[in-house]
Write a protein that binds this ligand. Sequence first.
Ligand SMILES: O=C(O)c1cc(=O)[nH]c(=O)n1[C@@H]1O[C@H](COP(=O)(O)O)[C@@H](O)[C@H]1O
Length: 289
Amino acid sequence: MIIDRLYGEVKNKGNVCVGLDTCLDYVPDNMMDRNASVEDILFEFNKRVIDATIDIVPCYKVQIAFYEAYGLKGMSAYKKTLEYIRNNGSIVIADIKRGDISSTAQMYAKAHFEGDFESDIITLNPYMGFDSIIPYLDYVEKKDKGLFILLRTSNGGAKDIQYLNVNGNEKLYNHVGDKLKEIALKYMGRCGYSSIGAVVGGTHLEEAEEIRNRLDNMFFLIPGYGAQGGKGSDVAHYLKNGNGGVVNSSRGIITAYKKYEDGIEKFDEYIRKAALNMKEDISSGSKVL
Ligand SMILES: O=C(O)c1cc(=O)[nH]c(=O)n1[C@@H]1O[C@H](COP(=O)(O)O)[C@@H](O)[C@H]1O
């Protein structure tokens, strides 16, 4: 199952998920060949980031909006990026946050688990209802695919809806978590986690321990590190013995070179350094717990 692969990769390479939220503003001048197309520029940038990190990170998350924004050429870069990651033996999470129902969801599943945009794991938004998850489950069961479903997100606005009290005095995200856990139990890997995981932002800490204990069979995608303020000692609360989750950083890694005077010349070195520092920060946070 995909979750066993991801668990194994985390065991060998740590918890850093590199977020390829790539836009032209992040591309250094020397990669901006005037004659090259947007497709080539975005893909070449991603390829450099991937080549600099693939031996030290377990997976990549590619946020589709950054490619959609550049139209067809952007989507070609998206396709090439997914293929490059998968062909080089790594795991790709397509951050598409879909959340529609029925026949539409079936087409989303086909669009992102087959064909041009095939990925290993996708992100979903369950807040339209649990029936919006069902059309993807066949791919989890029969095609070795995985889902990370939004539970408690990293943004400030998470409190607007996800924290509302339901069923007396229970937080909505806990209610959603319990339901997802039930579905997840049907797709358990040998590693003790399900191919259906949850997205929990690494920026709110108060409930981290409760969420980790309550959803003990669920692997977490943990965004919010770096640019949004999350630290290694924060996100470590969502891990179990250093595994059970991957921590995403997008801007914090792919724009790391901008902090240095010689950043453009040593682009690859600084990208790798940012991923290695983050890996160290998370693992020292885990040791303290
Ligand atoms: O599902 C996500 O990946 C996600 C969930 C969440 O709660 N918060 C969150 O920031 N994300 C995504 O994680 C990435 C964070 O980017 P940086 O803040 O640049 O590291 C973006 O692609 C967001 O869309």
